[in-house]
Design a binder for this molecule. Structure first.
Ligand SMILES: CC(C)(COP(=O)(O)OP(=O)(O)OC[C@H]1O[C@@H](n2cnc3c(N)ncnc32)[C@H](O)[C@@H]1OP(=O)(O)O)[C@@H](O)C(=O)NCCC(=O)NCCS
Length: 218
């Protein structure tokens, strides 16, 4: 039965190897256990002074999760999926829509546990949320950004047909006193459809979620 208040909890995307489900409270401890040390977290997130680095990072991730559902509107939302391979939590894939009903543009970000990287799973999980975006959400474009030296993230985007969309200079961790080059990419609906990559992706449980995206029922 669909969750009576938050139907997103029953949304499910399946690719050849992966299952993606919107993150829930019950996932938080598991996420904390595998969160990679090299994952850049929101630099503006509150940090508690009396905790060690690893616990502090888990608190940032958990509070970000609660904030995203708590501040969700039809026009501005961030939907983070837990990604599982044979039941094991291997990473997270986020899909974000800002002014979505006006711009029909989504953004993405993701991470994988180190030992699962470099095997094509990053492409599969991005493909999964793009199938949702360009499918039932009827997006017109997807954008993404990565530091110039993040070969894997840029590689996923290029492999899926994104095109260059400019660069910017942004403050970079650890202390944000140094500016570095952020590379921006964009995938149009036409290029996504031409790639035929939605084939093999199954999306279940979307219809009850329509109102949360401000989309009319079918
Ligand atoms: C980004 C991330 C999710 C990608 O997942 P992945 O499983 O490693 O990626 P895949 O194996 O699916 O695909 C990577 C693609 O980039 C290419 N690639 C990888 N490293 C590369 C490099 N240094 N230079 C150029 N291309 C590279 C691969 O060849 C592949 O492209 P191809 O299929 O055309 O050959 C993963 O590496 C990760 O978790 N990184 C740390 C967190 C992170 O940086 N997240 C993104 C923040 S913007």
């Amino acid at each position: 039965m669909t969750h009576p208040i938050w139907p997103l909890f029953d949304l499910r995307i399946q690719t050849a190897d992966l299952e993606l489900r919107p993150v829930r409270d019950a996932d938080q401890v598991e996420i904390a256990g595998v969160l990679p040390d090299d994952l850049e977290l929101d630099p503006s997130a509150h940090r508690f002074a009396q905790v060690d680095e690893r616990y502090g990072r888990s608190l940032v991730v958990a509070q970000t999760y609660w904030r995203h559902y708590g501040s969700w509107t039809a026009d501005a939302w961030r939907l983070n999926f837990v990604v599982r391979l044979d039941g094991e939590l291997v990473g997270e894939q986020e899909l974000e829509g800002n002014d979505f009903l006006t711009t029909r543009t989504v953004d993405t970000s993701s991470w994988l546990v180190s030992r699962f990287r470099g095997q094509g799973l990053g492409k599969q999980m991005r493909t999964a949320v793009l199938a949702l975006a360009f499918g039932p959400l009827a997006a017109e474009a997807a954008i993404t950004s990565a530091w110039h030296d993040n070969g894997a993230s840029l590689g996923v985007s290029r492999a899926l047909g994104y095109q260059p969309n400019g660069v910017s200079l942004d403050p970079r961790e650890p202390d944000r006193t140094r500016a570095d080059t952020m590379v921006h990419l964009r995938l149009t609906r036409a290029d996504w459809l031409a790639g035929g990559r939605a084939k093999g992706v199954t999306i279940d449980g979307f219809e009850p979620c329509r109102p949360l995206f401000g989309l009319v029922a079918r």
